[in-house]
Design a protein around this ligand. Sequence first.
Ligand code: GDP
Length: 420
Amino acid sequence: MSEQHQNLAIIGHVDHGKSTLVGRLLYETGSVPEHVIEQHREEAEEKGKGGFEFAYVMDNLAEERERGVTIDIAHQEFSTDEYDFTIVDCPGHRDFVKNMITGASQADNAVLVVAADDGVAPQTQEHVFLARTLGIDELIIGINKMDVVDYKEDTYNDVVEEVTQLLKQVQFDTDDASFIPISAFEGDNIAEASDNTPWYDGEILLEALNALPEPEPPTDASLRLPIQDVYTISGIGTVPVGRIETGVMNVGDDVVFQPSDVGGEVKTIEMHHEEVPKAEPGDNVGFNVRGIGKDDIRRGDVCGPADDPPKVAETFQAQVVVMQHPSVITAGYTPVFHAHTSQVACTIESIDKKMDPSSGEVAEENPDFIQSGDAAVVTIRPQKPLSIEPSSEIPELGSFAIRDMGQTIAAGKVLEVNEK
Ligand code: GDP
C-alpha cells in the first residue's frame, strides 16, 4: 500500500480489451474483492480444477456486473508499490466524456488500449483527442491482444507507428507516451516480463504505472467547490453538497456561491456522516452556510472564498476540438455546454482561429466554419450566468464538453474569462 493516489483512465476503442485489462490489473495486484475470489475458489474446487485461472475471475466479475451487484470497472481500485490507483472511468460508459470533463472523475494519467489485430480505430482517435484536450499528462499505450498476432514484432511496430502518428496529429508530446506489447487476457508484460516477446526489453505495465509522475495536489489553489445538489436537512438547514476540486474549506471561512452571488460563513462541514473542521481536494462534503436558504443556490453554482470568488463569464475564449458533428459549426451555433456540475446553453459568438493540428500553428484567422477533426479558438457567450475559470489558473474548472443531439460533439478548455 502506498500513500500517493492516482486517478487513472482506461481509454481505447470498444472491444480492444479495456475491461479485461482492468480485471487483469486487479487480479495481478491482489485487488479482486475477497468475496469474488472466495466464491471462485469454491467453484473451482467443486469442478475439480486446481488453482484458479484468470478467466474464471473475469467471468465472475462479468457475472456480478450483469447482476448489477457491485462490480463495474469504473471506480475499481488497485495498489502498486508506488500508488493507490482508482480507475476513474472508462469510455463505453455512456457518461465517460461528460464525467471526464465535469471533473467528477478527472484523470491524472491514462492507459490507452489498442488491439494489435485492429490498430487505431475511431474511438482510439476520439479518446486520444480528448486526453490531449483535457490535459492528461502521460499516456501509457498497451498494444493489446499480442497473443492474437502471434507476438509478432513487426505487427507491434506497425501499430506503434500508427499510434505515434495519431499522437503527433493531436500534438501530444510523444516523449510523454510509452508503448508496451501486452496481452491482457494471457497476462503478458503486465506484472512480469513475457517470454513471448523476447524482442521487447522495455518496461512492463506495472513498472510503467509505478513510474508515472506524482499528481500535484491542488491544495494551494483557491477553494472551488461545484455544487451537485442542495438539500434541506432538519436540525441543520440548507446543505449544499459537492466535491472539492481545489483548495481547502474550513469551518468559519467566508464563502460565496457564483453565479447565484450569495454568501456567508461556513458553520459546519460534514463528510461520511461526520462533522469535520476542514475538507480538502477530492473530499465529497455537505456543508452549511449561515443565512443561505434552499432557493438561494443551485446545482452548477461554484462555492469559493469571498475574497477570491469564482469567476462568472460574460464571455470566454476557449480552445475546442470538434470530435463529431454531422455538418459544420458556424458562429451563432448554440449547443449545451457541460462544465463541472453546470449545464448551460452557450452561443459560439465567433470562430477566431483554426489551428493546424499537426503543427499547432494558426492555419486560418476568422474561418467561416469548423468541422469534425478541427481544433479552433472560439469566443463563447453563455445564455445564462456560468461560473468557469481559465484552465491555466484552475484546470479543474477550466474544461467543458459541448453536447448536442444526444452526443458529445466537442470538448475544450478555457483560455480566458471576460467577467461581467
Ligand atoms: P472493452 O470493450 O475494451 O472493455 O473490451 P473487453 O475487455 O470487453 O474485451 C473484448 C474481447 O476481447 C473479449 O472477448 C476479451 O476476452 C477479448 N480480449 C481482451 N484482451 C485480450 C487479449 O489480450 N487477448 C485475447 N486473445 N483476447 C482479448
